[in-house]
Design a protein around this ligand. Structure first.
Ligand code: UT7
Length: 343
């Protein structure tokens, strides 16, 4: 029997510290009115001294496991989507596997920048649809504040920190991930990069002095490309799922900039009322942006069995991704699972 991959648990975590636009006025030549009108961002959450990508992911993952009512021991795989891992080695996913007690799970990190969560959902759904695995944790986390240049007004107003997770689980229901689309253009990698700290430019006193280990970005070029690529990917994902825009109940776009979200919503051709937006409170949280928005939406808006969701993202690489999911009867999946596990 062909299995589908449905979300059965979700959780998100934001650090406590708030950096608002007035705080940024003290750091760079900017003002609240410019930031709000050009980006839609009012504030973003910033990791405290004790927070890391791994620690925030751990909170989000535990919430997702609790919601799914699933012991970590029953996970088959942990995928951590991040551009800002705790270390170059080991993978943050391995730290999480150990801290969660996911003793039977493989673990790896995945770097597709802001598209990372949808890339993770794509990989995980393949494992489930082929019957290789049944229960996968996909967790996205970013501590972008540690790689942000707080002297550069072009970038420092945009980014925030946070983490979010989902449990993707096998089900015979005609629900879950219906289609995914991935894209990449490495020829424009310089639009968004952290140049130093890898093997091409190992960290030295000089790279630190010149800020080469911090995010550099050409925002204007990204803006145009992001709208174009997200709109095309969204339509490809709809076609693959055999759905039309009218079938979609909720759109969860990458939260980079409210103007990008509006332009993408118009380019896709979906009404604004279907689009979930929380960029004003979080800023751009990289790979965590889509799943934080998804988690918030699930907490704030009723979702019905059979609702169709479209997720779409764009980020460094450059990468882009879209996915269409149908909300499953989650209670039934949990029931079937506990019957099987106790049998
Ligand atoms: O997740 C994927 C990664 N990143 C993104 O998605 C970011 C995509 N890009 C954007 O969100 C926008 O391009 C920005 C918000 C970064 C910039 O908005 P924009 O409307 O594209 O502005 P711009 O880059 O064309 O700059 C317009 C002006 C410039 O001044 P001049 O050259 O016209 O005198 C900038 O120097 O705005 C200036 N500027 C600022 N002014 C006040 C840039 N940043 C700021 C700032 N405060 N923080």
């Amino acid at each position: 029997m062909r299995m589908n991959a449905a979300i059965t648990g979700w959780g998100w975590h934001s650090p406590d510290r708030i950096l608002n636009n007035k705080d940024l006025e003290k750091l760079v030549d900017t003002d609240d009115a410019w930031i709000r009108s050009r980006t839609g961002i009012r504030e973003r959450r910033i990791a405290g001294p004790g927070d890391t990508t791994g620690s925030m992911c751990l909170h989000a993952a535990r919430t997702a496991l609790d919601r799914a009512n699933l012991p970590a021991n029953d996970l088959d795989l942990v995928i951590c989507a991040t551009t800002t891992p705790d270390h170059l080695l080991p993978a943050t996913a391995c730290l999480l596997q150990q801290r969660l007690g996911a003793r039977h799970a493989g673990a790896f990190d995945l770097n597709a920048a802001c598209s990372g969560f949808i890339y993770g959902v794509t990989v995980a759904s393949q494992f489930i649809q082929t019957g290789t695995y049944r229960r996968i944790l996909i967790v996205s986390g970013e501590t972008l504040s540690r790689f942000t240049n707080y002297h550069d007004r072009n970038t420092c107003v945009l980014f925030g920190d946070g983490a979010a997770a989902v449990i993707l689980e096998a089900t015979p229901q005609k629900a879950g991930v219906l289609s995914t689309v991935l894209g990449s253009r490495g020829d424009v990698e310089g639009y968004l990069s952290i140049e130093a700290g890898g093997s091409a430019q190992p960290a030295t006193a000089d790279t630190v002095a010149t800020g080469a280990h911090l995010v550099r970005m050409r925002g204007n070029e990204i803006f145009k490309m992001a709208v174009r690529c997200m709109a095309v990917a969204a339509h490809e994902a709809l076609d693959q799922a055999g759905l039309t825009l009218d079938d979609i109940d909720h759109v969860i776009p990458h939260q980079a900039n409210s103007r990008i979200i509006t332009a993408t919503q118009q380019a896709i051709g979906v009404p604004p009322s279907k689009v979930y937006v929380n960029v004003e409170k979080h800023g751009n949280t990289g790979a965590s942006s889509v799943p934080i928005a998804l988690g918030e939406m699930l907490e704030n808006q009723p979702i019905r069995v059979g609702d169709n969701l479209l997720m779409v993202a764009f980020g460094g690489g450059m990468t882009w991704a879209a996915a269409v999911l149908r909300w499953a009867d989650v209670a039934a999946i949990r029931r079937e699972r506990s019957l099987k596990l106790s049998a």
